[in-house]
Ligand binder design. Structure first.
Ligand SMILES: [Zn+2]
Length: 244
């Protein structure tokens, strides 16, 4: 029995000398689907190109002759981001999205996966501010882990003015009073960009650009916050931390 599917390659796991297990995010449903791709690590493999990470492809699978496992017969590339092998940042961004949606798993429904992965994939074709994109991706991970930070007002008393700090322990802004009149640790630029990112949606990601210095601080803090509050440990953190 054969079936034809279209999807994004979000994980490639070698499992025997020349074989891999490919995991797709299906383009029509947002569900995960895995199949065996035999021999694709051989230089002569015709199916190797369509099984590269982050490729959008169409795959003809056989699912009866191998104990019900899906086995690749043929694959073709439907789309791929042009600069993907030249720009490490593109790989980092897509790697982060893939790792997150695989780890959050049931925390996201299929439509949310598709919106996030498909949205970032499309943005990478036009957008070049990778630091801002990483921050918005991490904000979505907070949302789907149920720990989205507040950015409307002071998280303790609700007031919307004299906001002087962000407390990850409290979950958002602190006003001057709730910060116990201490010298604020954050500057205006930080406080403003924190709000932009927490309020951002995929469709307005181009409306602002987080300055590099603030982005570096926020990226590190967001990763830390996801680990501490949701137990979401992402391997991408190490390599992203070296670049941003
Ligand atoms: Zn307050």
């Amino acid at each position: 029995m054969e079936k034809l599917v279209q999807g994004y390659v979000i994980r490639v796991s070698p499992y025997q000398e020349n074989d891999c297990i490919i995991t797709l995010l299906l383009k029509d449903s947002g569900d995960f689907l895995s199949f065996k791709a035999r021999g694709i690590l051989k230089s002569t493999s015709k199916n190797a190109p369509s099984c590269q990470l982050y490729t959008l492809g169409e795959y003809l699978l056989d699912y009866k002759n191998d104990n019900g496992n899906n086995v690749l017969k043929t694959g073709v590339i439907l789309d791929r981001i042009t600069d993907i092998y030249e720009k490490m940042e593109i790989n980092l961004v897509l790697g982060l999205v893939c790792e997150g949606i695989l780890k959050i798993d049931d925390g996201m429904d299929s439509q949310e996966r598709l919106d996030l992965y498909g949205g970032i994939y499309d943005l990478l074709k036009i957008k070049t501010n990778y630091g801002t994109m990483i921050l918005v991706i991490l904000k979505y991970f907070m949302l789907y882990c149920g720990v989205l930070l507040e950015a409307d007002g002071c998280v303790e008393c609700g007031r919307k003015n004299h906001l002087v700090d962000v407390s990850y322990q409290a979950g958002g802004y602190l006003c001057y009073d709730c910060n116990h009149h201490l010298d604020p640790k954050r500057n205006e630029l930080y406080l403003k960009n924190y709000r932009y990112v927490i309020k951002a949606e995929l469709n307005n990601i181009n409306d602002f650009e987080v300055p590099a210095t603030v982005a570096t601080t926020l990226i590190n803090e967001f990763f830390e916050y996801l680990e501490n509050s949701a137990g979401l440990r992402l391997k991408s953190r190490a390599v992203i931390g070296k670049i941003f």
